[in-house]
Design a binder for this molecule. Structure first.
Ligand SMILES: Cc1cc2nc3c(=O)[nH]c(=O)nc-3n(C[C@H](O)[C@H](O)[C@H](O)COP(=O)(O)OP(=O)(O)OC[C@H]3O[C@@H](n4cnc5c(N)ncnc54)[C@H](O)[C@@H]3O)c2cc1C
Length: 411
């Protein structure tokens, strides 16, 4: 077999691509991992690494979790989330009920420059050939192989391609995935330092503000007194209400009655930057002959929280499972790889559809105000919200009108 033929070719070394690579190395499967950037590189993001990221890493390479937990200059431990309702009431929900028994925080916040570089470092293995700084220009899938052409004129072939190239994936289009405004979110990010009023326990803050519903403004604390500030809104709402998100972000920071006070001594560390979020609010076909899509290329971002890194890494785990099966059978056809679609939607589907329902409910500020008020007053309800973070079946209660009835009447 020639030097430029691999069992697997992975396009993109973000969280999805690097996780696939680590999984393939574990199974001793020879692969090439290609990224157009050289690491470390930036990726526009909220930078919140949820418990799902830790869960996925513990399955593929637990040592990375230790590396994160000990890299305290870059990774800020996060113990919970604060929801700020449209009426300004704040509801703090810890990520875990039993903090004392936890060795480390359930989540972390770190720049994607640091996190993605750490992930790529951990792909290093005798089974992985890493090619950085070169873009895959074209991918041709034939009956016996896939051929990838690079912008520098080189090419490689592989038995199967895993496309982890993110929100602007070209191969996703070949499977009929287009940018649909109802299933896509626009997001802006700006790093600041010296923002006041941050939580001592690294709580991330989601502010639901009337003028940006359905969507939210966020403040995520980071190491070195920095914060990740941003705003995200469903693209169909941006378009329908002709919202200028950049102006909204500036307006909140400079004029919102509570938030602006916290920015009085703050200093912007960069200009506002934007990127798209392909949401998992619609089921798509995410594999075909010799091709699997992972992460943002497969549109798997949580439609309520905007969390995409954990889902990307979970999809990578199932991609590796499907590839191991295909290698064993020496069959890379759509019939074999379709198990990947089944696994991804079996595990992420219920949660994605739940989050889609929650996203729709955010349109009703009174409902949000009501839940926040109740949560502030009732320790029992707060405990339930925390349990809901840990258990998707409990989250289904949010969809059930009887849940609100019981809350209303304290049943
Ligand atoms: C404003 C904003 C805020 C967000 N906040 C959060 C958050 O707080 N927490 C969270 O979990 N998620 C968040 N997300 C979502 C998260 O950023 C994505 O879900 C995540 O990055 C998906 O990982 P990925 O590996 O699929 O794609 P990416 O991270 O986009 O990686 C794709 C990689 O592919 C490479 N690439 C692209 N094209 C090619 C090519 N042709 N050839 C070679 N290489 C290529 C790129 O250079 C890149 O390295 C946010 C997104 C946005 C836009």
């Amino acid at each position: 077999m020639s030097d430029n033929h691999f069992t697997v070719a992975i396009i993109g070394a973000g969280p999805a691509g690097s996780t696939v690579s680590m999984g393939l190395s574990k199974h001793k499967i020879r692969h090439v991992l290609i990224d157009k950037a050289r690491f470390p590189r930036d990726k526009i993001c909220g930078d919140a690494l949820s418990g799902k990221v830790v869960y996925a890493l513990n399955r593929v390479k637990p040592d990375v979790v230790n590396q994160i937990a000990t890299a305290s200059a870059a990774f800020l431990p996060s113990w919970g989330i604060s929801f700020i309702a449209p009426n300004g009431k704040r509801l703090d929900v810890p990520f875990t009920i039993d903090k004392q028994s936890q060795k480390q925080a359930p989540g972390f916040i770190a720049t994607r420059t640091d996190f993605d570089a750490l992930m790529v470092e951990n792909t290093s293995s005798e089974y992985c050939t890493l090619i950085e700084g070169v873009s895959v220009k074209h991918t041709q899938v034939e009956s016996d192989k896939a051929t990838l052409q690079f912008t520098d004129g080189r090419q490689v072939t592989a038995n199967v391609v895993v496309d982890c190239s993110g929100a602007h994936s070209q191969l996703a289009k070949s499977l009929g995935i287009e940018r649909e405004l109802d299933h896509y979110c626009a997001g802006l990010r700006q790093y600041y330092k010296n923002v006041s009023g941050l939580s001592d326990e690294g709580y991330i803050e989601l502010h639901f503000i009337n003028d940006v519903l359905p969507g939210y403004f966020w403040i995520f604390p980071m190491t070195d007194n920095r914060v990740n500030v941003g705003i995200g809104m469903l693209s169909s709402s941006v378009s329908k209400h002709k919202v200028n998100l950049k102006e909204e972000l500036e307006r909140i920071i400079t004029s919102h009655p509570e938030i602006s006070k916290r920015f009085e001594k703050a200093e912007a560390l960069e200009k506002v930057k934007g990127w798209g979020l392909p949401l998992g609010s619609k089921r798509r076909k995410i594999s075909s002959d010799r091709l699997i899509l992972c992460g943002d290329a497969a549109s798997l971002i949580d439609p309520f929280t905007g969390e995409g890194i954990g889902n990307a890494m979970i999809s990578s785990k199932y991609a590796v499972d499907a590839i191991v099966e295909a290698v064993n059978k020496n069959d890379y056809s759509a019939q074999v790889l379709t198990q990947y679609d089944t696994d991804v939607y079996h595990h992420l589907g219920p949660e994605l559809s739940m989050s889609h329902q929650l996203q729709k409910m955010v349109k009703y500020p009174w409902l949000f105000n009501f839940v926040a008020n109740k949560g502030r007053k009732s320790a029992e309800f707060k405990g339930l919200l925390t349990a809901m973070f840990e258990n998707v079946n409990l989250r289904k209660k949010f969809r059930d009108p009887r849940f609100y009835f019981r809350l209303l009447f304290n049943k």
